[in-house]
Design a binder for this molecule. Structure first.
Ligand code: SAJ
Length: 413
């Protein structure tokens, strides 16, 4: 059996590698020649635990190779970006380009899977692009045509645990036809030990978006509670801890906002599909997006009580605890806003998971990257933006006499 994986990024490359190490002949396709060359040398272009050994093994056994041109294959897995545009809809041009690359290679009988996180209808659109270019093909193999099978199979792996979760997570497989879903289920059964749940294409697309929206709405609830608690003068961490003793209540944790490249994006695809109906989902996004500015104002209020030259410690820049990923991190935005608005104050940033500051902060003369201890030591105001284990371990002695703004309840809870 042969599979072509289009897009060798965070999802495509691990999927290609895991198929290949299970004995399938896999060709990885990417527009980036550096990525293609790296894979052909058995190397990986980004860090993910255990990925490098899978890729090196698959390449040396001859089961995985990479190229810039889409080859003929029995199955295709499309795992290309679906970026967020300024009008908050998804850019489907990478999917369409992949479809145009696949179309001339088809002979009939193949399976084409879309894995990219997509708005409802994207799999159908990918099929339409191919079928328009190839009038000799159809979904059902009607007289005078050969059938081609299309499915949507979203991924739900957590960065840092991709090679484990690819194998152990349950998977949703949505076919444009029941036959397509059955074929997709067979393909994922090669490596997936979780349950494989079969549905139609649009339900599968929505399931992925809904999972991330569910989390976004619940985080927004916690963030709103933190703002209400501040207004009425109670401790939100105690409030949530007490309420969560109820057997059917499980409130998430407030923070400085929602970062990363999934949860802050995917709900907008639902809003774009049903703008008048997706009221709660839209409001949750707005609540979470407004949180960094609210935190910034809290910090300004706290500064009213300290000396003009008092320095500020900023603990954490990552988008969540115990990772080095700064993508869409609200902490980076808050640190940057502070440095810009308070040019006469020193901002002592501590982020134990990085060696150098991100570009927008590195260019500022009032910002310095220090150890957690050093940044606290030099500062009168301490702002906690990420609940890294190293931050939680800060001793209360080192904070004595300082003004602390703990946006994660990491050291005060
Ligand atoms: N956050 C809070 N409070 C909480 C939980 C999270 O403020 O109680 C914040 C985090 O600090 C972070 C953001 O939310 O800024 C998102 O973090 P996360 O851990 O909730 O999720 P991601 O973005 O790392 O990964 C999610 C996962 N989706 C779900 O849990 C429903 C993952 O399984 C998906 O595969 C991934 O999105 C994706 O690629 O879609």
């Amino acid at each position: 059996e042969s599979v072509a994986v289009i897009g060798l990024g965070y999802i495509g490359l691990p999927t290609a590698a895991v198929l290949a190490t299970n004995g399938i002949n896999v060709v990885g396709v990417d527009v980036n020649l550096a990525t293609v060359d790296a894979v052909n040398r058995g190397e990986v272009p980004f860090v993910e635990p255990d990925l490098a050994v899978h890729v090196a093994g698959a390449v040396s056994q001859g089961h995985l190779k990479a190229t810039t041109d889409t080859p003929a294959a029995q199955a295709y897995i499309v795992a290309v970006p679906t970026p967020f545009q300024s009008d908050r809809s998804a850019d489907l041009s990478y999917i369409e380009a992949a479809a145009r690359g696949i179309a001339p290679q088809l002979q009939g009988g193949e399976l084409v899977i879309l894995e990219s996180t997509s708005p409802p209808g994207a799999t159908r659109r990918m099929a339409d692009v191919i079928l328009e270019l190839r009038p000799d093909l159809s979904l059902d193999g009607a007289p005078g045509t050969q059938a081609v099978h299309f499915a949507h199979c979203p991924e739900r792996v957590l960065p840092g645990r991709v090679m484990i979760e690819l194998v152990t997570n349950d998977r949703i497989v949505g076919g444009l036809t029941p036959e397509a879903a059955r074929m997709a289920k067979d393909l994922y059964s090669v490596f997936c030990q979780g349950e494989i749940l079969v549905t139609d294409d649009k339900t599968a697309e929505m399931a992925k978006l809904v999972e991330n929206s569910y989390r976004d709405v619940n985080i927004a609830f916690a963030n709103e509670l933190s703002i209400i608690s501040e207004k009425i003068g109670i401790d939100v961490w105690e409030l949530i801890r007490l309420a969560n003793h109820h057997p059917r209540v499980n409130i998430l944790q407030p923070g400085p906002g929602v970062g990363g490249h999934c949860i802050a994006v995917d709900p907008w695809f639902i809003v774009a599909a049903a703008p008048d109906e997706a009221r709660l989902i839209r409001t949750a996004r707005e609540v979470n997006d407004a949180k960094p500015e609210w935190i910034f104002q809290q910090i300004l209020s706290a500064l009213a009580g300290v000396a003009d030259d008092a320095e500020i410690a900023v603990l954490g820049l990552a988008f969540k605890a115990n990772i080095d990923d700064l993508r869409e991190s609200p902490a980076v935005g808050i640190a940057n806003h502070l440095a810009e608005a308070l040019q006469n104050r020193k901002i002592n940033v501590a982020e134990p998971h990085i060696q150098k500051l991100p570009r927008q902060l590195a260019g500022r003369s009032n910002v310095e990257l220090l150890s957690i201890e050093e940044s606290i030591d030099r500062s009168e105001v301490v702002v906690v933006l990420v609940d890294h284990d190293d931050v939680k371990n800060v001793s209360s002695d080192s904070l004595a006499g300082k003004t602390v703004i703990d946006t994660r309840g990491a050291i005060l809870a």
